[in-house]
Ligand binder design. Structure first.
Ligand SMILES: Cc1cc2nc3c(=O)[nH]c(=O)nc-3n(C[C@H](O)[C@H](O)[C@H](O)COP(=O)(O)OP(=O)(O)OC[C@H]3O[C@@H](n4cnc5c(N)ncnc54)[C@H](O)[C@@H]3O)c2cc1C
Length: 579
């Protein structure tokens, strides 16, 4: 069965989020007036057209055909190389790179939208861009002029692609266990030796060179994460004049056969004294790689939102056309979309997706940090750091549920591969695992961002949510009142949960046993906050459009069906480790 619902980018939502929902034109503020939310909406609409016409048609093909390793070279299915060339030539890689790296420097709030769109149209394809974008940020932050000139410029132009090489057979979550070693050759280069596994887009035939960013240990380095340094290792060596030379000693040993994202080559790479170049200081590897990991973690939030929306769009289209059973209180020609429970499923998905999307824009904007300035700016920088693990952990966990609900809407046909909806469920499953599992996000949140400062950033966040609830009290509208009531109750439960968590400061096993529930609590609450901001923005409109009315229904639904999870999760947090 062909995909009955071609991908439609959520342009209207982004117009609303960028211009209205946060009480300011985020784009105007971030670019100092160079671009406005209207300009950014045009860019997002252009990306949506490109994604729908060039990238989305390859999604099912990538899933069905997967990638092949032949004679040491990985091949993507027909069409991927041309699409990646078109993607780069259209300037989409450059658009998102920072100005300091030679890119166009689109603001973070806009990059959130683009990230969603690339991932919604084809998550496996988007991973190539996502990792390249992350590497661009890492090299921009730490690389020498030589490396910038030789590698960064090619990455920013989209001619070469980037990878992230952390994982080894004995070093997954625990990066301190990395054993790969880099030895200085005395001529400014290093010999890198070791095996890396699970390397996304570790080899392919869609671009002329691949730049591997590799964490390795130097001789005599201390044990653990402190002993790690960062190296650029090209697949093909680069001559002094910038032309491509010989193959470097990096071999693709195998590609993995996976549950999903079949169009993304996941490679086992052997480094056999491959030539590499140090990025930053010896021993500064983890700090350097964190720039890439943070970018990729936010990117996972956009990936989860994108895949969820694709699944929702397909489910909504199917439900609007499928006839089954007499629908309560509706005419004989009412499709399944009108059954109260199917409507529940659809609203469950769409209200969560809006919350995820809005949080992505909010965090993207916060990550631009320097545009905020002043005392509030300093607080926002802390909030940005605080929200990265929540965006990554909460959206990915809930995306698994959203894509599962999409299958439910299809009934039996959802379980059959031809409809295409099962692919989203399979594809999204990895998002809670790579770029740090949900446990690692929650350990980061609880350990570094809550216990360490005795809950100061959470207090700041909850005070801001209180401000929004107070703002809603100013509207004479039933949805505003209900939303304010629910939000205030959830904030109170979150304060209790935070106090309970802080009380575990001296019994860390208790704190870490409930760190994922605590992360999910804050993500769910943040989603309710995003809806509350939307309600406030809609209710100042002089007249109510159909879209405005839909936004109120979505907020009301989220408040009744999703936000109450905060109370259950608060109970769980209070319990600490059981047994
Ligand atoms: C398709 C795919 C693509 C990937 N792409 C890349 C890539 O491009 N580059 C790269 O470097 N890696 C990549 N990875 C690796 C990925 O990041 C790791 O799989 C992930 O970090 C988990 O590591 P692990 O698989 O070794 O699991 P483990 O670390 O063995 O974890 C197993 C379980 O134990 C839990 N656990 C472990 N330590 C702790 C702890 N301290 N506290 C609480 N729970 C803990 C985990 O949460 C998990 O539930 C990819 C993996 C896959 C499957």
């Amino acid at each position: 069965m062909a995909d009955a619902s071609p991908y439609r980018a959520p342009v209207e939502d982004y117009a609303f989020l960028l211009a209205e929902a946060f009480g300011a034109d985020l784009v105007d503020r971030a670019t100092g007036g160079e671009l406005t939310a209207d300009d950014a909406t045009d860019i997002i609409a252009g990306a949506g057209d490109f994604a729908a016409s060039v990238i989305a048609p390859l999604e099912a093909i990538g899933d069905r055909l997967g990638t092949r390793l032949e004679d040491g070279q990985v091949h993507l299915p027909d069409g991927f190389a041309a699409a990646y060339r078109a993607f780069a030539e259209a300037g989409w890689v450059t658009a998102e790179a920072p100005v300091s790296a030679g890119g166009d420097g689109l603001p973070g709030a806009v990059r959130a939208g683009l990230g969603e769109i690339w991932n919604a149209s084809n998550a496996a394809f988007a991973l190539c861009w996502l990792l390249t974008a992350g590497q661009i940020h890492a090299l921009d932050a730490a690389a020498s002029d030589d490396i910038r000139e030789t590698y960064l410029t090619k990455l920013v132009s989209g001619r070469w692609t980037g990878t992230m090489n952390l994982t080894e057979p004995e070093a997954g979550t625990d990066l301190g266990a990395i054993r790969s070693i880099a030895t200085p050759r005395g001529d400014g280069s290093w010999a890198v030796r070791g095996q890396k596994i699970f390397i996304t887009w570790g080899d392919h035939d869609v671009a002329e060179n691949i730049v591997h960013l590799v964490l390795a240990r130097t001789p005599g380095a201390p044990e653990g994460a402190k002993g790690l340094s960062l190296f650029v290792v090209p697949k093909i060596l680069v001559n002094a004049d910038g032309t491509l030379g010989d193959r470097n000693a990096v071999t693709t040993v195998a590609i993995e056969h996976k549950l999903g994202i079949h169009g993304s080559p996941t490679c086992v790479l052997a480094y056999e004294d491959a030539t590499g170049y140090l990025v930053g200081e010896v021993g500064g590897g983890l700090a350097g790689m964190f720039v890439m990991m943070n970018s990729a973690r936010a990117g996972m939030g956009f990936q989860a939102t994108g895949i969820s929306d694709r699944a929702y769009q397909q489910a909504a289209a199917y439900a609007a056309g499928r006839m089954q059973g007499r629908v309560l209180d509706r005419g004989a020609d009412a499709p399944i979309a009108e059954h109260p429970d199917v409507r529940r499923l659809l609203l469950s998905m769409s209200s969560k997706i809006f919350a995820m999307r809005a949080l992505g824009v909010y965090v993207g904007d916060l990550l631009d940090g320097d545009v905020h300035g002043g005392e509030r700016g300093a607080a926002e920088e802390k909030l940005a750091e605080f929200f990265v693990p929540i965006l990554k952990g909460w959206t990915t966990e809930d995306a698994v549920q959203v894509t599962s609900e999409a299958i439910q809407v299809f009934g039996g046909m959802g379980f059959i591969e031809e409809t295409g909806v099962a692919q989203h469920y399979r594809d999204v499953r990895i998002t809670t695992i790579y770029e740090g599992t949900t446990a690692i996000q929650s350990n980061d949140l609880v350990g570094r961002k809550v216990l360490r400062d005795n809950g100061a950033v959470v207090d700041e966040l909850l005070a801001r949510i209180d401000e929004t609830a107070a703002q809603l009290r100013g509207f004479d509208h039933a949805v505003a009142t209900r939303t304010a009531d629910r939000l205030e109750r959830s904030v109170a439960a979150s304060r209790r949960a935070t106090a309970d968590l802080l009380a575990f400061a001296n019994s860390p096993r208790d704190a870490y046993a409930v760190s994922v529930p605590y992360l999910m609590l804050l993500g769910t609450l943040a989603g309710g906050w995003m809806h509350a901001l939307a309600v406030a923005a809609v209710l100042v409109h002089p007249t109510m459009s159909e879209t405005d009315a839909d936004r109120l229904v979505s907020a009301d639904f989220y408040g009744a069906h999703h936000l109450p999870r905060v109370h259950a999760l608060a109970e769980t947090v209070a319990g600490g480790e059981i047994g």
